[in-house]
Design a protein around this ligand. Sequence first.
Ligand code: DGY
Length: 322
Amino acid sequence: MRKAKVYVPDTVAVEAIDMLRQDFEVVYTPKENAVTPLSELLERLQDVDGLLVYPRVPIDKNLLDQAPNLRVVSNIAVGYDNFDLSEMAKQKVVGTHTPDVLTETTADLAFGLLLAAARRIPEADAFVKSGQWHANVPNLLAGTDVYGRIIGIVGMGRIGTAVARRALGFGMRVLYYNRRRRSDIENTMHVHYVHLDHLLQTSDFVVVLTPLTEETVHLIGRSQLEQMKPDAYLINVARGKVVDEQALIFALQNGWIRGAGLDVYENEPLPSNHPFLHMNQVVTLPHIGSSTVETRKAMALLAAENLRCALLDEKPPHMVNP
Ligand code: DGY
């Protein structure tokens, strides 16, 4: 009997490839420090049964039409906004993702970004390294207090809860807004559910952690940014499109808020002429929320396990479209 064929276009932990090779024919074509261009990826799909990909790859009609044998797409990510779920259902393609294993690491990065923006850490590092540190002048690169301030978490899922835990450790007051109130979390943690407007008007740090769905596209737009405090910061480690980027640029340029910490953007990678690149009050990271060696390995192994189960007609641990 023909072994199912799995295609892995980008670099993943070798242990995940080893696992897949036990049951399947694996086409693994990673490019060092680069990704396989989409055009090349599409050309290789003809007889592929399973695909293991990062969410940069749109699983849409165009891709599915070129993959007549495809049965499973395993995302190496918790977010799966790259899946066109209705098209996948039409073409009977199962989708899976990798929650839980990246929660704490992504929360670490979210909190790191908050601290970096508030305490101007990247600016200070550049200042020292560029030889500008000639005297300990008072108020040198003075930032904003984090301890004792108010954090507003938009999207109280797994990562939101993990960020709340860190914030409580920093003596912060934690507000949250979520589609549905999380009394389960309120029972165990000192966090307060508020309406989004209240959260925006009150928080010193607004941290966006909601998944990208039709309902959350531009959830934070001009009228939301207008409500924030002029000394507040916006932190986004979810998906770029949850924030209206043009509105955010306008808000930053006009002093509606003090700064931002961003790991995600409406279009990635950021073009070299993007306004954020010239804004000291914006800390820009290249979508590395879950990027530690340990976590990326755990994600790859879970993604491989999802794929293995689905191709062997077993229930995968984390299916998104049952
Ligand atoms: C995720 O897991 O969704 C991360 O953002 C990686 O893309």
